[in-house]
Design a protein around this ligand. Structure first.
Ligand code: 8IG
Length: 277
């Protein structure tokens, strides 16, 4: 497993944040939204676009390989708030090191963001949730076998060596989201290394473990965000029933279709939360 030990990941994030400020002309951002598969459309209607920056032009960001992810950092004005929309994500299954996977979140926090909103497309384990159902994350299972905590802590020991993940997903932000959309259910997201979807036996295992959603992202970024003290909100869009729970064959195209159809509702939710921060 590649870990980039020896690299100063926090310094790299600070470099990326400085370059982001230079290219956007925005000195400080307040909140960041990381867009999951198919959420790209949500970026377009969130607010007034101030600037777009190719993520590949910022230190530490890799080229994208997943269809449905735009490799863009977009600075958007939502009311008085400077929001940073990250329309590109690195995944472990692409072969990226864990520190590359969380680099966007660390960069956003170095750019000033005190609030991180992680979005994703996920498989649903709750059979009552239809495709297109948005779900607030209330907790997570990190089943990736790794963590962004690996490697030396920053030299000044700030942030600390360990991080408390009780209430990792902010009760305050979840309440704000419920304000915007009172029908939102909450669920526990299981994050796996991925590459393949699960077998039906693995889905039964995850149900036993208490998971409501399953996906290949988010959990590492959530840990990195909490480690750096940001307030965290997570939203999944159920784009398929998990393996064995329906007769459908799991296919990334269906994921993108479901996400596109749910776009307007997701935009309203994200904008509503940002306006209430
Ligand atoms: I969208 O069913 C989406 N992403 N692991 N399993 C996993 N990731 C997913 C799934 C799913 N659906």
């Amino acid at each position: 497993m590649e870990t980039n030990i020896g690299t100063d990941h926090y310094e790299l994030a600070a470099d990326a944040a400085a370059e982001l400020a230079r290219r956007t002309g925005v000195e400080r951002h307040d909140a960041a939204v990381v867009l999951g598969s198919g959420w790209a459309a949500a970026a377009d209607d969130l607010g007034a676009v101030v600037a777009d920056v190719e993520l590949g032009d910022l230190p530490g960001f890799p080229a994208p390989t997943v269809v449905g992810h735009r490799n863009l950092a977009r600075s958007v004005k939502v009311g008085d708030l400077a929001a940073l929309v990250l329309g590109g994500r690195a995944h472990l299954y692409e072969g990226h090191a864990v520190h590359t996977v969380v680099h966007g979140v660390r960069t956003a926090i170095a750019a000033g963001c005190r609030t991180i909103i992680l979005t994703n497309a996920a498989g649903g384990l709750n059979p009552t949730w239809p495709v297109g159902q948005p779900v607030l994350l209330c907790d997570q299972l990190n089943l990736t076998g790794t963590t962004p905590m690996v490697g030396p802590p920053p030299p000044d020991d700030k942030p600390a060596r360990f991080v408390d993940l009780t209430e990792a997903y902010s009760p305050r932000l979840r309440a704000l989201a419920m304000d915007v959309d009172p029908t939102l259910p909450e669920g526990i997201y299981a994050g796996l290394l991925g590459g393949a979807y699960e077998t039906p036996a693995e889905i039964r295992m995850l149900q036993t473990m208490g998971a409501d959603l399953v996906g290949m992202s988010t959990v590492l970024e959530a840990i990195a965000a909490r480690h750096l003290g940001a307030e965290l909100l997570g939203v999944s869009l159920v784009t398929n029933a998990a393996a064995g729970l329906s007769d459908e064959v799991l296919d990334h195209t269906d994921v993108l279709d479901a996400a596109r159809d749910a776009g307007p509702r997701m935009v309203a939710l994200l904008r509503g939360v940002l306006e209430r921060l």
